[in-house]
Design a protein around this ligand. Structure first.
Ligand code: AMP
Ligand code: MG
Length: 372
């Protein structure tokens, strides 16, 4: 364990082992967990633990606050029902089932938006991010029986992964996959979209201070009522319950992708769930975890069309930048106004120049000895 993680551990040892963790305990003024000023709930959704901690604005009663949190959960559950590729009857399940038939499948506007955005990131990364990754995910057995496939099987599945073979018709929100056997998997982006919908639901209900944490996707709504920012910790890849660093967020989203979230081991080798479409194997990245923080902290140097504050964009970016590797990811983030915190294979921490202030800040280096 590094000094830094040991230090973080001693502060907050009791926290759950999520990729990111938020500490709302000092949040709602005049309240602690369970008191009328706050409402906290945890549910299992989208294959992960989702926690919402909300503070009641002045004049809002506990029942109203609870209803606001329930609405936020319901919005996330709706995303799951629409976009879960393995749930019979979901939009994505129907699109996948019709692959190669020539039929257009009409989907919910939400589903359409996420597919369209996923294709934006596919284009941006020249296919390193590819929402048609499903044949490879199924072959590797993530979600069912994880195993190392044979080389020929990988070659065959790889040919079915092609984001350019997805047709969209915006006039009636319909989608078509051009080849039989193709399949969409929105696992890298839908959780972020769900967090955005939860945030929207909370705001609509009048909540101004809350934290939504869906595993590695966090949304910090407003500031804590004491005027401070919300504390969010980045998990140590090797030690659940231990955090390599802590950031402070306000009206911001942060999303982590890591090789420890879903993986199996075979012959002493670790195989994780982020697949490089070029090789068909888990991305051979020098990154253990990458955390993307939006919005931009300052004027960006270039504009690639990111939506400030969108957890969906941060989610897609975290997966995409994991695949690209540390050097390219930091360069991309520096050039495009993206906050990035990387834990690399040697457990070093690097940050892009747009990353928020982190704690303890003196430990954040570029990995080459320089401080950022
Ligand atoms: P995340 O945890 O957000 O990084 O997303 C990982 C999930 O994204 C996996 O479980 C797959 O569902 C999906 N995925 C894996 N590889 C890719 C890829 N190259 N492009 C897009 N999605 C991917
Ligand atoms: Mg992602």
């Amino acid at each position: 364990m590094s000094d830094l993680s040991r230090r973080a551990h001693s502060f907050w040892a009791a926290c759950v082992a999520l990729a990111l963790v938020a500490w709302p305990l000092s949040g709602c003024i005049g309240s602690s967990r369970g008191s009328p000023g706050s409402y906290d709930e945890v549910r299992l959704l989208m294959d992960t633990v989702v926690e919402i901690n909300a503070c009641a604005p002045e004049g809002m009663g506990r029942d109203e606050l609870r209803k606001a949190v329930e609405d936020a959960f319901e919005a996330m559950a709706r995303v799951d029902r629409l976009m879960n590729a393995r749930a019979e009857g979901s939009d994505i399940w129907r699109v996948n089932r019709a692959a190669g038939s020539g039929s257009w499948i009409s989907v919910d506007e939400w589903t359409f938006r996420v597919i369209k955005r996923a294709l934006f990131f596919a284009r941006l990364s020249s296919g390193a991010f590819d929402p048609t990754i499903l044949p490879l995910m199924e072959l590797w057995g993530f979600g069912t029986k994880p195993h190392v496939p044979r080389q020929e099987e990988i070659g065959k599945a790889k040919r079915l992964v092609d984001w350019t073979a997805v047709d969209l018709d915006e006039s009636n929100f319909s989608v078509r996959l051009n080849r039989p056997g193709m399949g969409l998997d929105l696992g890298a982006i839908a959780k972020g979209f769900a967090v955005d919908r939860a945030f929207e639901a909370l705001k609509r209900s009048g909540v101004t201070r809350a934290i939504v944490n869906a595993g590695g996707n966090v949304y910090a709504l407003g500031k804590r009522p004491d005027g401070g920012k919300w504390k969010v910790g980045v998990r140590d890849p090797d030690e659940p319950g231990t955090y390599v660093t802590v950031m402070r967020l306000e009206e911001q989203t942060a999303v982590t992708s890591g090789d420890y979230e879903r993986y199996f081991e075979d012959g002493g080798k670790r195989y994780h769930h982020i697949i490089d479409p070029a090789s068909g194997y888990p991305a051979d990245s020098d990154i253990r975890s990458v955390t993307v923080i939006l919005p931009r902290t300052r004027e960006a140097q270039s504009d690639i069309g990111l939506v400030p504050n969108a957890s969906m964009d941060a989610d897609a970016l975290s997966t995409m930048l994991f695949i690209l590797g540390k050097e390219k990811a930091l360069k991309f983030a520096d050039e495009n106004g993206i906050g990035l915190i990387i834990v690399d294979a040697r457990r070093g921490i690097s940050a892009s120049k747009w990353a928020p202030e982190i704690f303890p800040s003196e430990h954040v280096s570029t990995g080459d000895g320089k401080q950022r």
